[in-house]
Design a protein. Structure first.
Length: 145
């Protein structure tokens, strides 16, 4: 494959939670599914993301996750890309915004998520020459101003 797109590497089983839910409920979902984030929705529409880092930040501020709602802690607005964006655009956006998880949205619905681990995994598939080519292309694009 000459070019990879978000749709080629995204995980489609994205866990969501309503913005009014308690942070403890989100943390429980994340622990059960062994994931590092949940997408926050308002009546099914994606509006933000809650990551492990957001929860750690909440605890470090001596605030109780028991009394906090997801909407108080989530990162918002939701930064997302489309399934048709290339992994190069994806990697660049993640680099610029200093994020490790990128929701993939189509027609205002979250259809997947890509993490930095997914991009790294892409570099490890195929033959050694394919891996070198993909890694070189990623590094070239990440090093561009």
């Amino acid at each position: 494959m000459d070019e990879y797109f978000a749709r080629d590497i995204m995980k489609e089983d994205v866990i969501t939670i309503e913005h009014s839910a308690a942070v403890t409920e989100a943390a429980r979902k994340m622990a059960e599914k062994e994931i590092g984030c949940v997408i926050v929705t308002n009546q099914g529409r994606p509006i933000g993301i809650l990551t492990e880092r957001d929860i750690v930040r909440l605890v470090s501020l001596n605030k109780s996750p028991m009394s906090s709602s997801v909407s108080e802690v989530m990162s918002s607005p939701l930064i997302s890309l489309s399934p048709d964006d290339s992994i190069w655009e994806l990697a660049e956006e993640m680099k610029i915004r200093k994020i490790h998880k990128m929701p993939i949205v189509h027609e205002n619905k979250v259809v997947g998520i890509v993490t930095t681990s997914d991009i790294t995994r892409l570099c490890s598939i195929g033959s050694d020459s394919e891996m070198r080519l993909v890694c070189q292309q990623i590094l070239q694009r990440l090093n561009q101003p």
